[in-house]
Design a binder for this molecule. Structure first.
Ligand SMILES: O=P(O)(O)OC[C@H]1O[C@H](OP(=O)(O)OP(=O)(O)O)[C@H](O)[C@@H]1O
Ligand SMILES: Nc1ncnc2[nH]cnc12
Length: 201
């Protein structure tokens, strides 16, 4: 496998010395970088929910690189042979993580989007109900699958995705997310699944 090291890029205000390695001389971590590029939106998509908007992160190449590299390191640590991307925001993260890690990416989509035979699960999330699907032949026997998403909240989405992968005959080695809303206890719901989050809220 070819190892590609991205060019070291300075991010943040000039002179802060934060780099794409995720660490600066001052000890800035990937969590610090992520926290600085998340926008809280009150009462979206419904009253009482504080929505964690990742669009500032997506729009800041150097910060995005730090975060993708961190997720790719996680994927390598789990020995993942394939990354499963949870629609929609998970797609934006899982594809570059798969590319960086040198593995394939499988889309886990909302209902009605995938052709051919699919496996599906309906679940509740922090603000509603949804159905996820994966193609029945998406995984090979022996695949070690890392689920990738932006947010772990109640864990409903990740639980459904885990069930889908297992029903397709593959092993889920873990879940990697940008952030975990700890007050919603998704981690407890998913136990004993291995979960890696860059930052906790
Ligand atoms: O842990 P949970 O309570 O299940 O919530 C987490 C999920 O909620 C959001 O997805 P959403 O369904 O809003 O879809 P989107 O990415 O298409 O916006 C988020 O991207 C996670 O997938
Ligand atoms: N508060 C939140 N912000 C962004 N995505 C979410 N998914 C579930 N809860 C969320």
């Amino acid at each position: 496998m070819t190892t590609i090291e991205p060019a070291e890029t300075t991010i943040g205000p000039a002179g802060t010395g934060t780099t794409t390695s995720g660490l600066s001389a001052a000890g800035t971590t990937a969590a610090d970088v992520l926290r600085a590029h998340i926008r809280d939106v009150a009462d979206f998509p419904q009253p009482g929910v504080v929505f964690k908007d990742i669009t500032p992160l997506l729009g800041t190449p150097a910060a995005f690189t730090v975060v993708i590299n961190e997720l790719a390191t996680t994927a390598g640590g789990y020995g993942a042979t394939v990354v499963a991307a949870i629609e929609a925001r998970g797609f934006l993260l899982a594809a570059p993580v798969a590319y960086r890690t040198g593995v394939g990416v499988v889309p886990i989509r909302k209902q009605g989007k995938l052709p051919g035979e699919t496996v599906s699960r309906t679940y509740d999330l922090e603000y509603g109900t949804a159905t996820l699907e994966v193609q029945a032949d998406a995984f090979q026997p022996g695949d070690r699958v890392l689920l990738v998403d932006d947010v772990l909240a109640t864990g409903g989405t990740a639980a459904a995705a885990t069930e889908l992968v297992r029903a397709s005959g593959a092993e889920v080695v873990g879940l990697a997310v940008l952030m975990e809303l700890t007050f919603l206890a998704g981690r407890d719901r998913l136990a004993p699944l291995a979960i890696s989050s860059i930052m906790e809220v």
